[in-house]
Design a protein around this ligand. Sequence first.
Ligand SMILES: [Zn+2]
Length: 289
Amino acid sequence: MTPSAPVILITIDVEEWFQVENLRPWFPPDQWDFQSSRVESATKRLLDLFDSFDNSVRVTFFVLGWVAQRHPNLVSYIKKRGHEIASHGYNHLLNYQMKREVLKEDLSRSKQLLEDITGEPVAGYRAPCFSIDKDILKAIQDAGYHYDSSYNSFAGNGRYGTIDTSGMYQRGMALQISSKFIELPISNIITMGQTIPWGGGGYFRLIPPVFFRSGIRHILNREKAYMLYLHPWELDPAQPKVPHIRNLPRFRHYLNIAKTHKRLRELILTFRYCRFLTCSQYIHSLRTC
Ligand SMILES: [Zn+2]
């Protein structure tokens, strides 16, 4: 493996199956404590998958504060297995729906909680449903984070936020927001003025693997780096099925979840010539090369 090999950043948003925005009408936050928890078993299955590649796959886990508070041993365990712990906020509320003081509290509470568990500084943050804008990005930086990974340029999902990246210095996939703050955007394909979502989640489960992998090659040719995001529940076909769910949320949530584990394994095998780094390792590698 050469130091100049392209980089793949696998990122996992650690949350429960019932905390996704898609299922919010069935599981409002005041019901979360009464649901069956599956985040530990699903995350450990992922850790076993990564470990099967001889310590060559390092991953960033954006852990929800709500989960970290109830499963501190899981956070320690992820860290012990050699991966990066970052924050997914505390309450999984969309950032632009929170009052500024509530957002500030969510950002700092989740960071402090994770740091108390691991004993190490938390550098990274990812917003629920990529809900960011320019002011939210500033609040993330003010909360003491060193990088954000919430910008998804795909405009076809109304929950995603946006930022103006024109004029920003870019190296690899990293955008320099300020001298001490970096944005690592979700990878998408941009062709003929259109943005095609290619970063993971439901699109990873929807798009046939052979096409998905060729899209990753296309992105790697352009930026020498590619970022994938997934959630533990997307590899957990045994999770409870929500009855009476409408067609669209059912499709979004359950599509191909029995195949995700195999697809992820094959993706890693296909790109074994790449470096699988954590977000902090990647930012560090840009500074030192
Ligand atoms: Zn999330």
